[in-house]
Design a binder for this molecule. Structure first.
Ligand code: NIG
Ligand code: FE
Length: 406
């Protein structure tokens, strides 16, 4: 019998709203039955069906696998010196992307592939089971085609970001570069990608250029998402909403009009707390956004420039500590929110029929993800029903917890 029952779960986050209106759908003393790649049953441990394998959660918490809806994982080199200079007072600027373009162009496919797989292993061990990956460090037809092709080897959430920055060889010819992106580069990349993205920002692409990029991608069957309002207020959020983008990401500098437009739309705002952390920019006020009715996701934006963390729990801790989210909201944003930002309904929830992507924590509640920042709290991870990671050191079921205050 290829079934696994995870039982005696102290706190199960399903993200399936109950009739009582709790959209986080939390169950206590719960159990989950995995059958093959999918979840087959969710309910009270007392009513749990039998299974081929039994995992005793011993009162600990289980959450859906994290859905990291924004990353740039295919690149060469790193920019540690740039980070060090920033911590000494320098500002982050979009132009730093060009140094990673040079290092990426110099790397072989196998080097990029090994690096990419290393990041994915690192993410799995931290509970991330779905990852969106962008191109954007090739910036030539062959270079971008290579990055989306390598990304497509490891995820179905591939984003073509040829419009990341204007490469040095097109300096002062930005419109010509946009013609390349919307023409031959898009033709080469679209077969490997689901998404089209653009960095709509001063120093990258104007709102007119961004519109050209997104509309060309849409005409090719790609779905839009946008980087906007990272370095200052701009028109990128409005454009994203107008074009029905699944998500607009960053939102560090939002105007009241941006917030109203987002609240009235289906576009998710994906917050990237690791960026504010490692660029020393102000944290956006997630409390204001959620209270205004904006749907908020959290992602890591793993990249060598603005945010070189792959830890969702670190980003959750920042969102709670510095953006005003509750722990429950932050965990929802990093799971169900990420799924919405990728227009997926099969991940980010624990419900019959969903993919069996789950994380058993070492802690009795999800609150601990923010309450114990920097501590490795992931005990076991299942992806597509397969136990892909088990933390070393703690034999399962031997940790005991006293009474849990909820
Ligand atoms: O999402 N904003 C643009 N792109 C990345 C940064 C890329 C880099 O600095 O290399 C981001 O923050
Ligand atoms: Fe990004």
């Amino acid at each position: 019998m290829s079934t696994t029952l995870i039982t005696n779960i102290g706190e199960l986050t399903t993200n399936v709203g109950s009739s009582g209106g709790d959209r986080f759908g939390t169950l206590v003393d719960a159990a989950v039955l995995i059958d093959g790649e999918r979840i087959a049953w969710v309910g009270s441990a007392a009513d749990a069906p039998d299974a081929g394998e039994i995992v005793d959660a011993s009162g600990r918490a289980v959450i859906p696998g994290f859905v990291d809806s924004h990353s740039h994982l295919v690149f060469g080199g790193d920019r540690a010196a740039e980070f060090e200079a920033r911590m000494a007072g320098q500002n982050y600027a979009a132009g730093g992307i060009r140094s990673t373009v040079a290092a990426t162009r110099a790397a072989s496919d196998d080097e990029l592939r090994a690096r990419l797989r290393g990041f994915l292993d690192e993410m799995l061990a931290q509970g991330t089971t779905t990852v969106e990956i962008k191109s954007g460090y090739g910036l030539s037809v062959e270079g971008e085609e290579r990055l989306v092709r390598l990304a497509a080897e490891v995820t179905q959430e591939v984003t073509f970001l040829g419009a990341h920055v204007v490469p040095a060889e097109y300096a002062d010819r930005a419109d010509e570069y946009v013609g390349l992106v919307t023409g031959p580069m898009l033709d080469a990349c679209a077969p490997h990608a689901k998404w089209i993205d653009v960095f709509c920002e001063t120093g990258a692409f104007s709102v007119e250029q961004s519109r050209r990029v997104l509309e060309a991608g849409i005409a090719k069957g790609l779905l839009p998402r946008v980087h906007a309002s990272q370095l200052g207020p701009g028109e990128g959020v409005g454009l994203a909403v107008e074009l029905g983008a699944a998500s607009v990401d960053h939102g560090t500098y939002l105007t009241d009009a941006d917030v109203a437009a987002l609240a009235a739309s289906d576009t998710v705002l994906t917050l990237l707390p690791g960026v504010e952390f490692s660029t020393r920019q102000p944290y956006p006020d997630a409390r204001r956004l959620i209270d205004a009715g904006v749907t908020v996701a959290i992602a890591c934006d793993t990249n060598p420039g603005s945010s070189f963390t792959s830890s969702m729990s670190f980003c959750i801790a920042l969102a709670v500590r510095d953006m005003g989210m509750t722990p429950a909201e932050a965990v929802w944003a990093a799971t169900a929110g990420g799924a919405l930002a990728l227009r997926r309904d099969d991940v980010g929830v624990i419900a019959p029929g969903a993919r069996a992507d789950l994380v058993l924590l070492k802690s009795p509640t999800r609150i601990h993800l923010a309450y114990r920042p920097g501590v490795l709290l992931v005990e076991q991870v299942w992806k597509d029903g397969v136990a892909v990671f088990t933390a070393p050191g703690t034999p399962r079921g031997t940790e005991s917890h006293g009474p849990v205050a909820r």
